[in-house]
Design a protein around this ligand. Sequence first.
Ligand code: NAI
Ligand code: MG
Length: 355
Amino acid sequence: MSYRIAVIPGDGIGNEVMPEGLRVLEAVGAAHGLSFTPCHYDWSCETFKATGRMMPQDGLERLRDHDAIFLGAVGFPGVPDHISLWNLLIPIRRTFDQYANVRPVRLLAGVPCPLAGKAPGDIDFWIIRENSEGEYSQMGGRFAEGTEREFVLQEAVFTRTGIDRILRYAFEFGKQLGRLHVTSATKSNGIYHSMPYWDERFAAMAAEYPDFRTDEYHIDILSARFVMSPERFDVVVGSNLFGDILSDLGPGVTGTIAVAPSANINPERIYPSMFEPVHGSAPDIAGQNIANPVGQIWSAAMMLDHLGHPEAGQAVLHAIEKVLSRTDGPKTPDLGGRASTAELGEAIAAEVSAQ
Ligand code: NAI
Ligand code: MG
């Protein structure tokens, strides 16, 4: 089996963790009879500074024919974040209708947990983030700019189609995992129109899945519960903004956001899906070869799952856990060690090959 993968390292540490993602992909491919043809695209803030664009005019067209997109991180000081994000990452997510953003939260062996008394297995759940509409919208504008009367209006967009399809995805995801429990993130006591509507659609969807246990929490107390009792969650579904925040909070609670992966899925498989770590370009440590590559490598595992090779994906995850749980194994500084990005990546690739 051979796959064409569009590779966009992007900015900052994206350029350092991507080679490790590809290294592990090669290793797992060799072990499982899969081959990957990476097509490299240097689209980034550097490209923007040189050309005035984050990607060429036909960039999305070029990506369309790939089996998947493997991305590092986008955004760097010097280019405003709303420019870099809205001209590369968000157009990919929206044009390719990658409306389900799937993000695991799991305490891994060998990663020190900031919560007392937690062991691997205690924290293990999934965040399903709506990835195509909601609060992340370009609707609105600035009025009477530069005057005393200046105001800005930012609109959130919640469609029945958009809400229903992400809720259904969350329930189906729970069914597939065999974990019949979905928690909805809401804020219907503060946000007057969209969140009561979200709750209404959630109730309607839950009625279609009578075997499931369901909860809904306002985002404020839900955030507190992520810290106080993360054991209670199985599948958590939220809007674009809530899902974004929760999917940094969740991995933060498990010790480091650097290991967290994500999948931007087009469930209908009309377009390629995209796989990327949750973290950004980390300008504070970029260029030092100390970034933790696990988020990128775990994202490769999610890509393998999506391409129909869960046993290969499992092999990668297993190798990550095995290497991190070795007491004398290589650990990057965020994990309390002194290994370089490449040393950790090489160790995981070697473990994959040895399995
Ligand atoms: P960030 O995730 O880049 O960094 C937050 C903190 O975590 C930093 O202290 C960083 O050093 C650390 N960190 C992140 N990844 C790490 C890794 N692999 N190993 C070790 N430490 C790691 O978030 P920040 O600073 O808010 O954003 C930096 C830039 O990245 C911005 O331009 C932002 O817009 C962009 N960004 C892009 C994302 C994407 O491409 N999906 C997601 C989040 C931010
Ligand atoms: Mg984020």
